[in-house]
Design a protein around this ligand. Structure first.
Ligand SMILES: *Cc1c(COP(=O)(O)O)cnc(C)c1O
Length: 414
């Protein structure tokens, strides 16, 4: 079936653009029982703290996946206000969404599959990463179609074994996919079709800074940069470091760092240090209004499968957030919440739209605030606590919140 016959539904949620939602009062927000409050000043300050850490090197803020769930455009603007000089996204549609919102900072998109229409990207001045010759050829075609040169950054695989043209230490093998890619890039640049502005790579073990691959990948990257320059490419930016490397491997800084998670104030290395240890502040706070609070007798099974039995007569609180909203089902019986300043744990299974909490004899009423996580200042759980409870990483906790959880922005210049 041809694409023309396929109805295209944009992946917008059921909500109006969150930027259109008021931050206080009734209005549209009153329709949703939960919200994620995003502290834009925290994002700006985190960028500032990260830049200080790398001696003022340039910083590309990674805002893929709706800015790790924090909202693409407001988060991008907050990162730029904090001193980011560029934005990085995975998918082309994310780059175009930034441009459509009027964000004109340099944007790099690095996950482009064959068949992607590169014309609107080149027209919008979006840099498209190339990991293979076909991507450079497609960029050259788009340059012809638009009448303006395409701009790329070449992705080299120095050992992650994921995206990027494979490169080995020159002493092992000087002719690799990478050397073919840089030769083609140099040819297309001299034709005036594709400008190669930078080269970059990504670590496999940045969260284990003493792992041998962390130095090994830096050595291969140095060889890859030399090969690119020898081929005639005049590189403006060379970058390796994600959040973990930005925080723990200074030697990997080169011209620019490329953090995502740390921009949003979460630690990518919770075993080595918490957010505050790195001068970072979590930017997302998720809260809900209790949908119901009721007394139940001892021995009552709670939620599907009755995996939790009330130990005595108690008050059970129904929280209107479930796995469809991003609360991991793996956090059944384990996820932490705070109600009236006290910590409780999810009782029984997380359902699609709701979960339960046994608050004992604490006086709780429907409508009272339930805090899932926040910055942790007031004893509330953090996204890291939820990650620990669900056996995952904080990245997954914040990126999963869906369209039924409106993002509300505080701070920043709005
Ligand atoms: C996601 C991503 C980053 C950011 O990673 P964090 O660990 O969130 O800092 C940087 N570079 C690439 C290529 C990525 O895919």
């Amino acid at each position: 079936m041809g694409e023309a016959g396929v109805g295209v539904v944009p992946p917008a949620g059921a909500l109006p653009p969150t930027s259109a939602l008021p931050t206080t009062g009734a209005g549209p927000l009153a329709l949703w029982p939960a919200r994620a409050t995003i502290d834009l000043d925290a994002i700006s300050n985190n960028v500032r703290a990260l830049r200080e850490r790398v001696g003022g090197a340039e910083l590309m803020a990674v805002v893929k996946a709706d800015a790790y769930g924090h909202g693409l455009v407001p988060s991008a603007r907050a990162a730029l206000a904090g001193g980011a000089c560029a934005l990085g996204v995975a998918q082309p549609s994310e780059a175009l969404a930034l441009r459509a919102a009027g964000v004109d900072a340099p944007v790099l998109t690095w996950l482009v599959a064959p068949g992607t229409d590169l014309v609107p990207l080149v027209e919008a001045g979006v840099e498209v990463a190339a990991s293979a010759p076909w991507a450079l050829e497609a960029l050259a075609d788009a340059a012809v179609a638009t009448g303006r040169p395409a701009v790329t950054q070449l992705k080299v695989d120095t050992g992650l074994g994921r995206n990027g043209a494979f490169c080995l230490p020159v002493s092992t093998d000087p002719r690799t996919d990478w050397s073919d890619l840089v030769d083609l890039a140099a040819r297309l640049e001299s034709d005036g079709a594709v400008r190669t502005r930078g080269v970059f790579t990504h670590f496999a073990y940045a969260d284990a800074p003493t792992h041998a691959t962390v130095q090994g990948q830096q050595d291969v990257f140095a060889d890859a940069v030399r090969l690119a320059e020898k081929a005639g490419l005049d590189l403006e930016v060379r970058h390796m470091s994600n959040s973990a490397a930005t925080l723990t491997s200074r030697s990997a800084t080169w011209d620019m760092v490329r953090p995502g998670l740390a921009v949003f104030g979460l630690s990518p290395v919770p075993d080595l240090g918490a957010s505050a240890d790195y001068g970072l502040r979590p930017a997302m706070r998720v809260t809900a209004r209790a949908a119901l609070a009721k007394r139940v007798p001892a021995g009552q099974g709670i939620s599907y499968g009755h995996t939790y039995l009330t130990p005595g007569a108690t008050t059970v609180v129904d929280v209107p957030l479930g796995y469809a909203d991003g609360v991991p089902r793996h956090a059944s019986g384990a996820g932490p919440v705070q109600i009236h300043g006290r910590r409780f744990t999810v009782a029984g299974r997380v359902c699609m739209d709701q979960f339960l909490v046994d608050v004992g004899d604490l006086h709780v009423e429907a409508g009272d605030e339930v805090v899932l996580f926040g910055a942790g200042d007031d004893g509330e759980p953090t996204a890291q606590d939820w990650a620990d409870a669900a056996g995952t990483i904080s990245y997954e906790i914040v990126t999963r919140f869906g369209p039924r959880v409106p993002r509300v922005y505080v701070g920043g210049q709005r």
